[in-house]
Ligand binder design. Structure first.
Ligand code: DC
Length: 231
């Protein structure tokens, strides 16, 4: 059977994971899987149903009924919630907060982790999230833990939002980021942490192309180490 390559990228919100993973995927001709978008689609479903983030029983019940899948349009991942393409509806701060809150519950995680594992069995993928190296793809060929200081991450988000004409305060964005980090890192189930065999990259003072090049370099090094198994 032909070898399938898996690259795992984990890290806190705003570290640049999706931009970087998408670019690496393009260069290697891999499929890019954004797992956060799946948690966001679930979160949208809970919000639409008026479920409070702390209602574990209702969230667990709705998780059983909901169908989340992904597809690709011109190479861009689309997330499909019960047959509806919700990709354009999942980037609000309300959805971010609900995704972070609802992702603490095991039924939500189990459902999405299974989908993610299956995707990586068949194709060369680069997958980003919080638990990819530790839980979804423990045998990934390369694991990256991508981070940056909370101030740098907030500044990047601030620039993104102001470019879209939105009026935000940098301190509020940083506060949101720190809150989300705390929840993602301190939850009981699959908290965000660096896998033992992951390589730490701090993007605070690196440009996106520099990080992308470093990951490509690391991947090629790993490939060389893999020898004949990797052909
Ligand atoms: O990567 P993102 O910001 O789109 O993710 C939104 C939330 O989803 C994040 O705060 C935590 C959760 N998440 C998770 O628990 N595990 C993942 N693999 C990806 C995201």
């Amino acid at each position: 059977m032909k070898k399938v390559y898996n690259i795992a990228v984990d890290g806190p919100a705003g570290a640049g994971k999706s931009t970087i993973a998408r670019s690496v995927a393009e260069k290697l001709n891999f499929v890019y899987v954004d797992t956060g978008a799946m948690y966001r689609a679930m979160a949208l479903h809970f919000l639409r149903n008026g479920i409070p983030a702390d209602d574990e029983a209702a969230i667990s019940r709705l998780t059983g009924e909901v169908d989340v899948t992904i597809s690709y349009e011109n190479g861009m991942q689309q997330v499909i919630l019960n047959g509806e393409n919700v990709s354009g509806l999942i980037r609000s701060s309300e959805v971010s907060a609900m995704a972070s809150a609802a992702s603490v519950y095991m039924p939500v995680r189990e459902k999405l982790v299974e989908l993610q594992k299956n995707l990586a069995l068949k194709e060369n993928v680069i997958m980003d999230g919080r638990d990819i190296g530790t839980c979804v793809l423990p045998d990934a060929d390369l694991k990256i833990y991508l981070t940056a200081s909370s101030r740098v991450r907030a500044q990047r988000r601030y620039e993104e939002l102001t470019a879209k004409g939105e009026d935000w305060n940098l301190e509020d964005i940083e506060k949101d980021i720190i809150e989300r980090d705390n929840r993602d890192m301190n939850r009981e189930n699959s908290p965000l942490k660096q896998a033992e065999d992951a390589i730490l990259l701090d993007s605070s003072s690196m440009t996106i192309p520099e990080v992308v090049d470093r990951i490509l370099e690391l991947f090629h090094e790993k490939k060389m180490e893999g020898g004949s198994l990797w052909k």
